[in-house]
Design a protein around this ligand. Sequence first.
Ligand code: UDP
Ligand code: MG
Length: 348
Amino acid sequence: MMPRRHPQPLPRRQAGSTLNPQQGGSASRPVPTVAIVLPAYNEEAVIESSVTRLLALLDRFVRDQVMTRGSFLCFVDDGSRDRTWSLIQSSHDRDSRVRGIKLARNVGHQHAVLAGLLSVRDRVDCAISLDVDLQQDPAAIPEFVAQYRAGADIVFGVRQDRGADRLFKKWTALAFYRLMSFLGVRVIPNHADYRLTSQAVLQALAEYEEVNLFLRGIFSQMGFPTAVVHFTVTERRAGSSKYSPLKMVSFAWEGITSFSVVPLRLVTVTGFLVFFLSLGMSLFILASSLVGNNTVPGWASTTLPIYFLGGVQILCVGLLGEYIGKIYREVKRRPRFIIEQEVGHEKG
Ligand code: UDP
Ligand code: MG
């Protein structure tokens, strides 16, 4: 499946130029038009203060030539049941740089971010996703844009410390990243969904049709030039967290099962181990009955089949798992390749 062509080809990084985000130097891409995408679920307590702060920041960013005058905020109301949407509407009436989309029902943070990113993809050079409570420091945005201008298509925000988190969240997060890397899922530790993506990446993202969405995994395995920006996390100023411990566990589970077939493979491996164990036991019993005959009569004929059949069964389940793993990859219909640049191929 070919990625859709961009409506307006973006100025791209020169072939062969090296990405050297840390040194700043001469920026190769022009000042971009940026959309800041903010998912919001029952956030009436924070919307207005966030709008005020972000618009003030936008003014500053435009003045400092970080982004163009056409840059804007895109709120995604994720099926809120409070006044979130009407507050977004009234903010838009006051300032047209506040835009928004309202989802018909609550679809969860990941899908809300996706909806926002896809809705702005043809209007901007890059989009930055950010939580509406502004726990993730929006003052770091110029650094994201600097990395973009230096050539990065995906800039991952990585939190500097977990000072604002309780010990429980710190440890569970660490365990999650360890488990993910053990299962072969590429994710950037301590990267939440504070991230800049270029228009090229947004167009590629539209090719991912999967319903079980784990954005961090998708962006980590896309293959565009990436960079990292460190930022600080603060306490939530108003409202309450929409991520209950149960939602966090289901998010982690989603991440693992959307990107790894290793759990299925572990079944196959277990089957093999039990199978070989039963073979080893057979040899041992045979040898001991030949040598000393000190086995209890009937023991071997009862126990061995249990191990043997157990091994065969687990092995068969694992074998089914291998095929299910293949089906799972097929039904996701992920793009098989993403074209990053083209030359002499513009109009077909
Ligand atoms: N959010 C959302 N849909 C949901 C849950 C959360 O859009 O079903 C948004 C929420 O409004 C916020 C962001 O996702 O902008 C992160 O949520 P929250 O701040 O509650 O999580 P925490 O920072 O406590 O992990
Ligand atoms: Mg938060």
